[in-house]
Design a protein around this ligand. Sequence first.
Ligand SMILES: Cc1cc2nc3c(=O)[nH]c(=O)nc-3n(C[C@H](O)[C@H](O)[C@H](O)COP(=O)(O)OP(=O)(O)OC[C@H]3O[C@@H](n4cnc5c(N)ncnc54)[C@H](O)[C@@H]3O)c2cc1C
Length: 603
Amino acid sequence: MDYQTHEHDVLVIGAGGAGLRAAIEASASGVSVGLVCKSLLGKAHTVMAEGGIAAALANVDDRDSWKVHFADTMRGGQYVNNWRMAEIHAKEAPDRVRELEAWGAVFDRTKDGRILQRNFGGHRYPRLAHVGDRTGLELIRTLQDHGIHQGIDVHMECTIVTLLKDGGRVAGAFGYERERGRFKLFRARAVVLATGGIGRAYKVTSNSWEYTGDGHTLAYDAGADLMDMEFVQFHPTGMIWPPSVCGILVTEAVRGEGGVLKNSEGRRFMFDEIPDNYRSQTADNDEEGWRYTQGDKAARRPPELLTRDHVSRCIMREVKAGRGSPHGGVFLDIAWIKSRIPSGAEHIRKKLPSMYHQFKQLADLDITEEPMEVGPTTHYVMGGVKVDAETQMSTVPGLFAAGECAAGINGANRLGGNSLSDILVFGKRAGEFAAKFAKEQKPATVDRRQVDEAAAGALQPFERGPSGEGAYQVQYALQDMMQDLVGIVRNEAEMKRALECFGPLRERANRVGVGGHREYNPGWHAALDLHSLLTVSEAVTRSALERRESRGGHFRDDFPEKDNAFGSVNFVVRKKSDGAMEVARAPIAPMPGELKQIIDEMK
Ligand SMILES: Cc1cc2nc3c(=O)[nH]c(=O)nc-3n(C[C@H](O)[C@H](O)[C@H](O)COP(=O)(O)OP(=O)(O)OC[C@H]3O[C@@H](n4cnc5c(N)ncnc54)[C@H](O)[C@@H]3O)c2cc1C
């Protein structure tokens, strides 16, 4: 089989924030680095991030500190987070943001010239460094500008389909060029996965076509453990109308700037149910909530800024009770702030320029005049590759993971803004330790048979030809099934039905055929994505069945309460020697006294 061969000390798969930051760090320590991505450089998911980067810089409220950020992250994750990752993240995020600034990132500013920070759900103080609602673009632009001067070899529009192993350790990766269809072999001493999320396993999602759970699956197939796969985040506010744009994100920054949620009766329903663990931090009335969004330090957050899991369920409750908007969501109103702010329309356009254009262009709606119709959308996966908190190495030697495809920092639910800081903090660490690993190891040997098998597997859809099953039909069937049976509200009966679907769906995936040839063939790419989509969907379903309680992003109507018995375990998914998927309990290590004390003090 024909393929081009590339050799790097460290191969980074994924060029979003985590991958770029890892590549920069690895390269800075003197090893050769290859960076592979499915789309053009700069087009990763990170570029879509709107609201901001969470870091306790304390520029807007000097009561903020790493300790408050740590406690907020643990509370948001319902205490099943990897506490060491949450600690490292809270401590190192400010340095990573300042470093971005030093590398040229332009942030919105306070009046005295410091980086401006905004309110976001679950964060006690204004904490999100931002650039309007285009923060991800600035982050990627800055890392890219910095990265291209580091001598990193970039392989764009290339999809990795398998990792290669030398005995127990990783030896490289194998993939194909999306444009030409040619195969590529990457030899490497260490590999960093930074492939982002799994949103495309669901029908309604804010994620783009790239997020098919590839990194999760590459790691799983290579023998690494996945963790927390039951925890999928459904963001409360996605566009729901018109149908062609269903799922596109409406940033939480809208609520951070004073936007309120109302039902069809015009009532602000979020005051109806405040979770006990947030009661003392939540405003008593509209007025207090408004003052909080305007920076009044004596006020507490409005209930619209409670965690995403809770807000999503409140929206579903209103819709189910028949108090939803015409297209099955609720109303998000930012236009009302004109009654409080002089030049309110201009203020909204300045603070939320992308949201203004998004609704104007996609829904013909002016958000400075009318409320938006919104509903939950699959947004983020807390679960991912199980990694060591310090080094980001997975359970496979030489295989590292960072960013959304890694698990741990977020526990049962991620706070908005924590992903952009996560990808910087742990992207840097993954790059540093992958480079260290590469320097300490002899080159690995690539087994030619593994490469030939991977290539033959990738070409199978052509052998079946256009009369085979359609790749998109299988993808849609899976997405519909996951949306209906393993979505926001779950129960045992439905998830067992979902489990029964995987066998037939896999059989259909194995019958998928494509016509034409390898050049510019999206049908072929969709066929090859199916294995990842099916693997992560099954991992989500099996883990969700095992967690017989409700916690964070995982809600079961047959076990609607939190159960302490599940508060000290994570669920780990791994491939057994016979190829079957196994879910095992992994006890959470006890938290050191000083961290416990921080959490208790902040309660
Ligand atoms: C609309 C939207 C708004 C958001 N807003 C915010 C926000 O304001 N604040 C915040 O903290 N978070 C936000 N998030 C979440 C955050 O953007 C992501 O979680 C984060 O950017 C993920 O970064 P990453 O580096 O892990 O992966 P990504 O940026 O997702 O990059 C993944 C990379 O992996 C590559 N890749 C994937 N599979 C393969 C493969 N098989 N072979 C080769 N390459 C592959 C892709 O091409 C891409 O380059 C938002 C998300 C969305 C969708």
